[in-house]
Design a binder for this molecule. Structure first.
Ligand code: SF4
Ligand code: SF4
Length: 156
């Protein structure tokens, strides 16, 4: 889902340009606003969306995720340490998804994997990834789907 910029919201700060790993966020020389110059080369990492202080960047959802006529808006709430994604369907229904983000202050180093404690046998055989669930801000552990919630014929 490549990104695009609402030029009327953008103030040309350039944060998205600095953070884009694909180097496709550029500042338009005439309008002094950002734009994605090559959506086909977008990594879909959404670093630009998360970094934009003006909430000026959105992504175009794929049809299987959000059919035609939808909008996907993102809200960055640093004080809560979350990113919220709101999908609005053309019939007016909305779905909200909240994702945790890192709460490390700018400039504070992320620990190197080599500096972490060596995992024991139990940790190696566990399905959790390194530092989960703490890194996801989920104190109660990862959510588990109850088999009874699956519709008949879907779960096997
Ligand atoms: Fe660049 Fe990632 Fe934004 Fe795509 S989603 S424009 S790759 S920062
Ligand atoms: Fe514009 Fe947002 Fe990019 Fe700043 S980070 S240049 S406000 S789109």
């Amino acid at each position: 889902m490549p990104t695009f910029v609402y030029m009327t919201r953008c103030d040309g700060c350039g944060h998205c340009v600095d953070i884009c790993p694909s180097d496709i966020m550029h500042i338009d020389k005439t309008y002094r606003r950002a734009l994605n110059i090559e959506p086909n080369m977008c990594w879909e990492c959404y670093s630009c969306i998360k970094a934009c202080p003006q909430n000026a960047i959105d992504c175009r959802g794929y049809a299987d995720f959000a059919p035609l006529g939808h909008s996907v808006r993102v809200l960055r709430e640093e004080e809560k340490g979350t990113i919220s994604w709101r999908i609005k369907f053309r019939d007016g229904r909305t779905k909200d998804f909240v994702s945790p983000i890192t709460t490390k202050p700018w400039g504070e180093a992320i620990p190197r994997l080599a500096d972490l404690e060596v995992p024991d046998e139990e940790a190696l055989n566990n399905q959790l990834l390194c530092s989960e669930p703490e890194a996801l801000n989920i104190e109660t552990g990862l959510p588990v789907i109850d088999k009874s919630k699956f519709k008949q014929g879907v779960y096997y």
